[in-house]
Ligand binder design. Structure first.
Ligand SMILES: Nc1ncnc2c1ncn2[C@@H]1O[C@H](COP(=O)(O)OP(=O)(O)OP(=O)(O)O)[C@@H](O)[C@H]1O
Ligand SMILES: [Mg+2]
Length: 274
C-alpha cells in the first residue's frame, strides 16, 4: 500500500457523445503525498476537470486505478461513495462557489452540515464553523447570511472553509480563483498559500501557470488528455521540457523578454509540427 494520499494509475476516461466517443484522459498517472500541493495546468479542454471529476467519483473511468488515502475507489458503487463523502476525507472547491454551496443554507449551516454528518456534536460543529470562518479571514457576522448575500470573493472563501472544516486528507480545487477579478485573485492566492499548512494535500487546477507557480510544490502539465510533464514548480518553470509547457512559460506576462518571445515561437512551431 502506498503512503500517498492520492494515487492515480493509467487512468482512461471516455465521454459518450452523439457521434462516437471522446477520449478525454489517456493513461494519466499522478501521485500526491500527504500535505503536498500539486498544481495541474493545461489549456482549455485538456482534461483537467475530467481528472478532478474522476477522483471525486463524478465520472466513471473506463480503465485505470484511483486510490485515495489507501482506499481503492475506482469501482465504488454510489453507496460506497456516499459513505466516503460522509467521512469528509475528500473535499472540493469549484470555480463557481455557488456550485459548492447550497443557496438555501446560511453560511453557518453550510459549515456545520458536513461536521454533523461526520458525527460530531452540535457544540463542536458550531465552534469549528466559527474557527474556520476566522481562518479564511471573514467576519463572524457573515455566518447568518445566505451565499447569495456575499461577494464572489467572500463566497469562495466560505467554499474553502467548508472544504477544510472536516479535516480532509485531500482537497481538489478546480480553477478556484478563475472567477475572481484580478485584485481578488491576488488576495485569494495569498490566502490559499496560508492553507497549505492546514495538513490537507491540495490539488490545484488552473489554466494559468502564474496562479499555480507560487503555490504548488510540484506541477503536472496536461496536454490533450495526457500528462506530458511533472516536476517541482521550479523545474517546470525554469527548464520546461514539453513544447506546450515551453509555450506557457514563455507566454507568462511577467516573463516577457526577447528570449521568451523566441522560445515561444520555437515552442509554437514544435506544437504545430512546422
Ligand atoms: N460531459 C461531457 N460529455 C462529453 N464531453 C465532455 C464532457 N465534459 C467534458 N467533455 C470534453 O472532454 C474534454 C476535456 O474536458 P475538461 O472539462 O476536462 O477540460 P478542462 O481542461 O477542464 O478545460 P477548461 O480549462 O475549459 O475547464 C473536452 O474536449 C470537453 O469538451
Ligand atoms: Mg475545467
Amino acid at each position: 500500500m502506498s503512503a500517498d494520499v492520492l494515487s492515480v494509475t493509467d487512468l482512461e476516461v471516455h465521454y459518450r457523445r452523439r457521434h462516437g466517443r471522446l477520449h478525454a484522459l489517456r493513461g494519466v498517472s499522478l501521485s500526491v503525498a500527504p500535505g503536498e500541493t500539486v498544481g495541474i495546468i493545461g489549456e482549455t479542454g485538456s482534461g483537467k476537470s475530467t481528472l478532478a471529476r474522476a477522483v471525486l467519483g463524478l465520472v466513471r473511468p473506463s480503465a485505470g486505478r484511483i486510490v485515495v488515502a489507501g482506499e481503492d475507489i475506482t469501482g465504488y458503487s454510489s453507496r460506497q461513495w456516499r459513505t466516503l463523502r460522509r467521512r469528509g476525507v475528500l473535499q472540493y472547491v469549484f470555480q463557481d462557489p455557488l456550485r459548492s454551496l447550497d443557496p438555501d443554507l446560511t453560511i453557518e449551516e453550510s459549515l456545520i452540515e458536513p461536521l454533523l454528518i461526520q458525527g460530531r456534536s452540535r457544540t463542536e460543529a458550531v465552534e469549528r464553523a466559527r474557527a474556520y470562518i476566522a481562518r479564511v479571514h471573514l467576519d463572524e457576522s457573515l455566518l447568518t447570511r445566505l451565499p447569495g448575500e456575499l461577494s464572489g470573493g467572500q463566497r469562495q472563501r466560505v467554499a474553502v472553509a467548508r472544504a477544510l472544516v472536516t479535516d480532509p486528507a485531500l482537497v481538489i480545487l478546480d480553477e478556484p480563483v478563475s472567477a475572481l477579478d484580478s485584485a481578488n485573485r491576488v488576495q485569494a492566492l495569498e490566502f490559499l498559500k496560508e492553507l497549505r499548512d492546514s495538513g490537507a494535500a491540495l490539488v490545484f487546477i488552473s489554466h494559468d501557470l502564474g496562479s499555480v507557480a507560487g503555490i504548488a510544490d510540484r506541477i503536472a502539465v496536461l496536454y490533450q488528455g495526457e500528462i506530458v510533464e511533472v516536476g517541482t514548480a521550479r523545474e517546470v518553470i525554469t527548464a520546461p521540457r514539453h513544447a506546450y509547457t515551453r509555450l506557457l512559460v514563455s507566454s507568462a506576462p511577467t516573463l516577457r523578454t526577447a528570449d521568451a518571445d523566441r522560445a515561444r515561437r520555437d515552442a509554437l512551431r514544435d506544437l504545430l509540427h512546422i
